[in-house]
Ligand binder design. Sequence first.
Ligand code: 5GP
Ligand code: MN
Length: 342
Amino acid sequence: MITKIIAEELIQKAKKYVEKGESFAIVTHVSPDGDALGSSLGLYHFLTAYGKDNVSVIVPNEFPAFFRWMPGAKDIVIHEKYPEFAEQLLREADVIFCLDFNEPKRVEKLAEPLMAAEGRRVLIDHHLNPADFCRVAMSYPEMSSTSEMVFRFICRMGFFSLMDKNAATCIYTGMMTDTGAFTFNSNKPEIYTIISELIKKGIDKDWIYRQVNQVHTESRLRMMGYVLYEKMKLYPEQRTALITLSQDELNRFHHRPGDTEGFVNLPLSIKDIDFSAFIREDRDYIKISLRSVGEFPCNQFATTYFNGGGHKNASGGEFHGTMDEAVALFERGLQELNPKKF
Ligand code: 5GP
Ligand code: MN
C-alpha cells in the first residue's frame, strides 16, 4: 500500500474534470527536462488509454534529443515552432494540466495564452511556493518528482489498471532523471514500491537509463572536456565551483538543446566541493543552474541573486546583463551566503 499523500478532495475534483472533459492540454516548463516530459507524457498515455482522443502535450520550446525516444514524444507540440497551433489547442481545451512548474512565468511565452485560456487548470507539481493560478492545485514539494505524483494521481483515481507500459516508461523516466538515477532526493521507501509496480507494467529500467545517458554526441563530450579543463573555477574557501560558457563557446561545439545537461553536477565529484554553479549565455538572457549537496539551500541563492528558485539541492535562475556582471553577482553572493557556513 502506498500512503495517501495528495489530498482526497483534490483528487476527486480533478477526477471529475478527467471524466467530463473532452479535450485536454498538458503544459510543462520551458527547456523541458526528463521529469517535465515524463510526467506530461505519462499523463497523456493515461488519458488516451482512458478513452480521451483529444489530448495534447504542449511545451514552450525544443527538448533535448536524448528524450526523443520517449513514447509519445513525436506528438508533442512545441509552441516556439508552432505558436498558432499550440495556442489553438490551449484555447480549445476543457482541461489544462500544468505539470512540473509552480508559476506561469516558468512557461515563458506560453504564459499569456495559458492564462487567457478558459479551460480548467489543474496543477501537479513539486516545486516550493506555488503561485495561485490553477483551480485545483496539487503541490507537494516533498515529492521527488512530478512523475511520481502523476503515478499517485492515476492510482488514487482508481485507474491503475489503465496505466500501460508507455505511461509507466514515461513516469519512470521522470522519476529517474529528477533524482539523478536515484542518487539524491531518493530515500523515501515508497519510491521503490512505485518502481516495483512500474516494472510489473513491463518497463525495462536498464534500457531507459541507457536511452537517456548513453546517447550523446561527440561534440557534447568534447565540450565537457573543454569545460572541465579550461572553464571550471574553484572557490575552496566557499567549497564552490563555477563553470561559465558564452554563446561563442557553445557555438564552437555546435551546441544543441540538452548538450550541457549535467555539466553543473560534474564539479560536485570533487572532495570538499558542495556547491556548484553553471552560468551560460542563452539567446535572450543568461541562465544559471545551481546544485548543492548537503545543507546549503541553493534555491535561496537562486531567489536572492538570480530571480529564480527551485529545490534545496537543485535550483536555477536568470540574469539580464553581461556574463562578467553575472559572475560578479555570483561572487558577491558567495561572500554574503557562504556555503561553507551551512
Ligand atoms: P536546471 O538547472 O535543471 O535548469 O533547473 C533545476 C531546477 O531549478 C528546476 O527543476 C527548477 O526547479 C529550478 N529552476 C531553474 N531555473 C529556474 C528559474 O528561472 N526560476 C525558477 N523559479 N526556478 C528555476
Ligand atoms: Mn521535476
